[in-house]
Write a protein that binds this ligand. Structure first.
Ligand SMILES: [Zn+2]
Length: 271
């Protein structure tokens, strides 16, 4: 049984992550991590993909087919299944995640900081502004790890999406932000590996030169999956393409939580 941190970097393109995230690249190069490519599910929109990543089912099944659908998840999901199995759950994430797994609509005051064992996300730190600084969010996540040692933590920064939508993906601002995220994450990943966490780094969707996503092109849907397991040899760049629907069952398998029947895809073989 392992503890898991999922870093879901909003709008982190596969090619930009591989080209600009040098610490993650080092872990891949030295076989301390495995790298896969995910051809993301559709539509390549945020709220639908948050739900897809956490339920392991496509948008037509979970029903969150647009960002405008504001309700709790109706499907078995990573947070609920983990909590039901007695695990401790946490998230430092955009408020749509609170709406999907804790309560909707979001209350900016009551829901921003949550420590409640009865909720699916027991320890939550949420934000509502797209330009909320990633480095501050990373500190919130790091604090939750130190204070509560959650079995599962979601870290969900918006910086790539914000810079991509503002300047387009073919911009120094978007690319440089990938470098910054990698730089901020490097010491945290070191600490979390020492705390025996398995760390997964991926995106919900990509983004195109126009600063848009939602469509079917590879720039809008291809995201990386870096898998870092302490004390387990990584496979480097596997060259493999995997399904985004494998993320949820992979997390549950690592946590030793029963995988719900609704999650049809096989978990990744990580050990
Ligand atoms: Zn997004």
């Amino acid at each position: 049984m392992r503890k898991v941190i999922l870093i879901l970097s909003d709008a982190l393109r596969y090619d930009v992550a591989v080209a600009n995230m040098g610490f993650l690249g080092h872990l891949v190069e030295s076989k301390l991590a495995s790298l896969y490519k995910i051809v993301g599910e559709l539509p390549s929109m945020s709220r639908p993909m948050y739900e897809t990543v956490h339920t392991g089912v496509p948008s037509s099944v979970h029903g969150i087919v647009a960002n405008s659908i504001v309700r709790r998840s109706k499907m078995p999901n990573v947070f609920q299944s983990s909590k039901d199995a007695g695990k401790v759950t946490a998230a430092a994430a955009y408020y749509w995640v609170s709406e999907l797994y804790n309560s909707a609509p979001y209350n900016r005051i009551d829901d921003k900081e949550t420590d409640n064992d009865s909720l699916s996300i027991q320890h939550g730190r949420f934000y509502t502004e797209d330009e909320y600084p990633d480095v501050e969010l990373f500190a919130s996540a790091a604090h939750l790890i130190r204070k509560y040692s959650p079995d599962y933590l979601l870290l969900h920064p918006m910086g790539m999406d914000y810079h991509g939508e503002t300047f387009g993906s073919d911009s120094k601002e978007y690319r440089n932000h990938a470098i910054r995220q990698d730089m901020w994450l490097a010491p945290l990943i070191q600490e979390w590996m020492e705390r025996d966490y398995t760390i997964l780094v991926t995106g919900d969707h990509g983004i195109n030169k126009d600063g848009a996503h939602g469509g079917t092109t590879s720039e809008q849907r291809d995201v990386p999956l870096f898998c870092i397991q302490p004390n387990v040899k990584g496979r480097g760049d596997t060259g493999q393409i995997i399904s985004q629907l494998q993320v949820a069952p992979t997390i549950l398998k690592l946590l030793d939580v029963p995988i719900p029947d609704t999650m049809k895809q096989k978990p990744l073989f990580l050990d």
